[in-house]
Design a protein around this ligand. Structure first.
Ligand code: SF4
Length: 320
């Protein structure tokens, strides 16, 4: 593979996570202990080849976070090509991943290939997969709340920013398990209360100093047996953004207090294991009867320290 192409693909596959993003704040609102384990300790489940006991919802099986990451990388690659006026093959990225040392396991790459094949067949590769009247004005653009807004920030990335007929639309691409329900209006009403969508609109409004918050387009890649591609535009109203800002200020102040309490505990006691003292459980979130169990269920509810030590650890995620 020529070095320029390789460098471009590697750039597109680069880490785009941000420190104080929607997922971290959502985890913090769900369970203080979950957010501490995931984002401060960076705890991970140890998956072994012969480990089928916890397959699926309890953390084994396919790494769906990685599937989403690679799909985002391919979209980025194609959109950057469109902005530069280049015709690109999305398969360049899967070819690269297939050859990479430490690349994804074959079943993961197969899933990425399957979803992307449907995506590009459905939307077409022209203009990075967007209608011809849309102009791509941003790709993976970093967003954050200004420091005067709250003591801790909210950060994020706009996967794509489009200008369509003079209107700015911020795109959030999601690989999802379930299709968007047929009652689109109901989906829109619910989406207007979701911090992950409202925060994108609000942060972009602040960044571009827009009079009104931009609409959010949910660009869904549904991982059903026969993958489905859906796009829904959600108009975000100023009242939605104002409500989110008010909430974020309060959450940020409480989270900072908690961090300060943890630091004080460490300096006073000399014990670094702050978990049981500063980060409370939310038992309602561990294994709800409806919905998925918490990713740390096996850690928090292990029957012994040995079991916990055997199955859980800290390792940096290595992407090819
Ligand atoms: S298992 Fe329960 S207590 Fe533990 S992090 Fe998850 S929600 Fe919190």
């Amino acid at each position: 593979m020529n070095p320029e192409l390789k460098a471009e693909i590697e750039l597109c596959l680069g880490d785009t996570s941000t420190e104080w993003g929607s997922s971290r704040w959502a985890a913090w609102r769900r369970c203080k202990r979950e957010s501490y384990l995931a984002y401060d300790v960076k705890l991970e489940r140890v998956i072994r080849d012969d480990d089928d006991e916890d397959e699926g919802r309890f953390g084994g099986g396919l790494d769906y976070f990685a599937v989403g990451h690679y799909c985002h990388g391919i979209l980025r690659y194609m959109q950057r090509g469109a902005v530069k006026g280049e015709e690109r093959r999305w398969e360049d990225v899967t070819d690269y991943l297939g050859m990479a040392v430490d690349g994804p396991p074959p079943e993961l790459l197969e899933e990425v290939y399957r979803l992307m094949r449907f995506y590009w067949e459905f939307w077409g590769t022209a203009n990075g997969g967007w209608p011809s009247e849309a102009t791509i004005t941003g790709i993976e653009e970093y967003l954050e709340t200004p420091p005067e807004l709250a003591v801790l920030p909210h950060t994020g990335r706009a996967d794509t920013i489009l200008e369509i007929g003079g209107q700015i639309v911020v795109v959030d691409t999601k690989t999802r398990k379930n299709k968007i329900p047929d009652d689109i209006e109901k989906f829109r009403r619910k989406a207007r209360t979701r911090a992950q969508f409202v925060s994108l609109s609000g942060m972009l409004q602040m960044k571009l100093k827009l009079d009104e918050p931009p609409a959010v387009m949910v660009n869904a890649i549904v991982k059903t047996k026969l993958p489905q591609m859906q796009r829904v535009i959600v108009d975000i109203r100023q009242v939605d953004v104002d409500r989110w800002i008010e909430d974020h200020k309060a959450n940020a102040a409480t989270a900072l207090d908690q961090q300060e309490a943890a630091a004080l505990y460490v300096s006073n006691s000399g014990i670094s294991d702050v978990l049981p003292y500063v980060y409370p459980r939310n038992l309602d979130s561990c294994a709800p009867e409806l919905g998925s169990p918490c990713r740390f269920y096996g850690y928090c509810h292990a029957l012994s320290d040995e079991e916990r030590a055997l199955n859980w650890g800290v390792k940096a995620k290595v992407l090819p």
